[in-house]
Design a binder for this molecule. Structure first.
Ligand code: HEC
Ligand code: HEC
Length: 623
């Protein structure tokens, strides 16, 4: 029965005969490891098609959904991370295999007559298509790295003479990167290019069969063996090894998705994928720059590819083969050198490293927020844009860092500004409060650098009322007998902020602190003058204000250190309830939007989502 069925099929299709002919294909010189590369390329390509199909089923190409759908694949879909990891690392494996194939073709003269056309097919079509396939895939997650990295690549493409700008315009779907860039490059990546590649690879295989390699020496002739089992086993082993490597990389390294692409946020660490890094670095040589982008990006690589394409003919000359081998080795050596150089320079470049660090931090943060809160319809970017922890430091760097230091913000060594206002790292904390009371001049020491319009130093803060008060009362407050009273004053002040990152507050101390704030009585002695004599204060949960002093230059202590106090201070420090006439800080209400001021204030007051909030609260409370 079975026999009948198989012979029925065989008569009509010839499948089995075809298969046998394949297996019995004689290989001159016998099985060789170096012949496995092409099979491995076909194998990785098949992996790409299969994993790609499943990714395609979930991926959603639009500015608001691309990153989000990749996030879904990575974090919500069962095995999605593995699927994506396989697709990602198989692409890298393919690039390496391509390089190895080219090397072996040139070294072993596999391009010799009558296989020149195959060589042309490989060098002029298959290789570039695979590179473009990989590079377009880089963009699809629509994250910062892919977004800016691919721009480097399209700018290079755009520099091609005559058609360059048109190609760039069509590929980008407009003058700038946007929704149409995604849809177009996706259509290329998942549609046209793989189909084209599949056809080309089949043609390549057919032509390779039509013009098989022939044995050159009698020894080779003698060693000739059929494909099965020697070569087949080697192919299988290499494919298995490639697969294992890919699985291991996907499992233990994973693919990083940086934060969602943000056209308004520069990304100095933008680089194309590693196999284009050499070109990127080459273009930065001063001498190459002088000749223009097209020279370095198109003419030189074009010339190199032309020479490689012509190798079957060059190889016919006596010294041709030696030239070919020297040439590819030179090219590969150059590529290796430039890639290493680019990586080395990036590793040493503080701006690049800072940008990478920022990208990692954003990636972690947006992931955390998306997992905890879910992604809003506007897209995941809005999570980051509305997050005080992500935006606060950026806004602070841009607007405040010139005067205030902050420990959360690293400054490159040679860019440290001359600070002219207090270090705000610990602003509003118990420690800060204590220092404001017993060490005001020390806390405000940077204000010694303040200059007025005529360039004269301004010392109003260092010789002002609070500095005077602090030095007068310092010794009393630091008396061991008064330790509890100092702590109470501090606790009362900190409780005014209502900050969750400083909570819980010790109720008993707060009560005692409130009394001291009002009457200045300590366990031993008393304060020279009371806080309410100068500052206005409306304590939390109280019906009546303790004091209403406005316009005295002593900032209000109502809600001191909390979001509201900070918002007011940043917006208009010259307001009567803040520093009034004594103010030396620019007001930001006209320079920043209300949202931006709120983001800074909320960041400084620790008012943002964090993991295991209860845990970190109890930690700060024990200080
Ligand atoms: C030109 C320098 C300068 C810049 C820029 C500046 N500040 Fe200030 N800041 C000061 C000075 C000086 C004080 C001291 C009080 C005063 O003079 O108003 C101060 C006070 C403060 C205070 C009150 C706590 C303290 O140390 O007295 C806060 C909070 C503050 N600044 C936040 C910010 C933030 C946030 C920004 C950025 C949006 C910023 N500052 C930008 C100079 C500056
Ligand atoms: C003699 C008036 C006076 C008294 C009394 C006084 N302060 Fe002040 N305080 C000031 C002035 C004025 C400033 C603004 C800095 C300056 O010009 O010296 C200030 C600044 C401060 C600041 C810094 C605000 C900022 O920008 O971050 C804090 C905190 C503070 N006072 C808390 C207190 C507390 C708490 C008490 C009571 C234990 C107190 N002060 C008593 C006048 C006074």
């Amino acid at each position: 029965m079975w026999r009948q069925l198989t012979s029925w099929v065989e008569e009509r299709t010839g499948a089995s005969a075809f298969f046998h002919r394949w297996l019995e294909l004689p290989i001159p010189g016998g099985p060789r490891w170096r012949h496995t590369f092409t099979t491995a390329i076909a194998f990785t390509f098949a992996c790409q098609c299969i994993t790609g199909f499943f990714l395609w089923a979930v991926y959603s190409p639009s500015v608001q959904t691309a990153w989000e759908s990749v996030f879904f694949i990575e974090h919500k879909m069962i095995g999605g991370w593995l699927l994506r990891g396989l697709h990602h690392f198989a692409a890298h494996a393919m690039m390496i295999l391509l390089g190895l194939t080219l090397l072996q073709i040139v070294i072993y003269r596999a391009y010799r007559s009558p296989r020149e056309v195959n060589h042309l097919l490989g060098v002029l079509l298959i290789l570039p298509i695979i590179m473009v396939l990989s590079q377009t895939g880089y963009l699809l997650p629509w994250d910062q790295r892919g977004f800016y990295g691919t721009q480097v690549a399209t700018t290079i493409a755009g520099s091609a003479p005559v058609v360059g700008p048109e190609v760039q315009l069509v590929a980008q779907g407009g003058g700038e990167y946007g929704h149409h860039t995604l849809t177009r490059l996706f259509a290329l990546h998942a549609g046209l290019l793989p189909a084209l590649l599949a056809v080309l690879m089949i043609i390549y295989a057919c032509w390779a069969r039509r013009n098989p390699r022939v044995a050159e020496t009698p020894e080779e002739e003698a060693a000739t063996a059929p494909y099965w089992p020697g070569q087949a086993a080697r192919d299988a082993i290499v494919c298995l090894a490639v697969m294992t490597t890919i699985v291991l990389l996907a499992t233990f390294m994973g693919v990083e998705t940086t934060a969602p692409a943000d056209p308004s946020e520069e990304f100095p660490a933008a680089r194309p994928e590693w196999y284009f890094l050499f070109l990127f670095r080459f273009l930065k040589f001063h001498i190459v720059e002088q000749f223009g982008l097209a020279f370095g990006a198109i003419h030189v690589p074009g010339m190199i590819i032309t020479i490689i394409a012509l190798m079957p003919w060059i190889g016919r000359w006596k010294l041709g083969h030696a030239f070919n081998v020297a040439f590819v080795l030179g090219v590969f050596g150059g590529i290796g050198y430039l890639t290493a150089l680019a990586m080395y320079e990036d590793a040493k470049n503080p701006i690049h490293q800072a940008s990478l660090k920022q990208a990692h931090a954003d990636a972690e943060r947006v992931k955390e927020l998306a997992l905890a809160k879910g992604i809003p319809v506007e897209g995941a970017l809005s999570l980051l844009k509305n997050d005080p922890l992500a935006q606060g430091p950026r806004l602070f760097t841009a607007n405040c860092l010139g005067c205030h230091a902050h420990s959360a913000i690293p400054v490159v060594e040679h860019q440290i500004p001359t600070y002219s206002a207090p270090d705000l790292s610990e602003f509003g904390s118990r420690d800060w409060m204590k220092r404001a009371l017993v060490d005001f001049s020390e806390l405000f020491a940077p204000t010694a650098n303040l200059k007025d319009e005529s360039g004269e130093p301004v010392r109003s803060l260092l010789e002002g009322e609070m500095a005077g008060w602090s030095s007068e009362n310092r010794d009393a407050l630091l008396e061991p007998e008064n330790a509890k009273h100092l702590a109470a004053l501090v606790e009362f002040m900190v409780a005014q902020s209502g900050r969750s990152d400083l909570a819980p507050f010790d109720e008993e101390l707060v009560k005692l602190g409130r009394q001291i704030f009002e009457n200045g009585e300590l366990a031993m002695g008393a304060l020279s003058s009371n806080c309410i004599d100068c500052h206005s204060m409306h304590a939390v949960d109280e019906a009546m204000p303790l004091s209403e002093n406005e316009g005295t230059g002593a900032p209000t202590l109502t809600g001191y250190g909390g979001v509201k106090w900070l918002t007011g201070m940043i917006a208009s420090p010259e307001a009567p309830s803040y520093y009034a006439d004594g103010n030396c800080m620019p007001s930001f209400y006209s320079q920043l939007s209300a949202e931006q001021i709120s983001l800074i204030a909320r960041w400084m007051a620790g008012d943002y989502w964090r993991e295991a909030a209860e845990q970190s609260d109890s930690q700060t409370a024990t200080h």
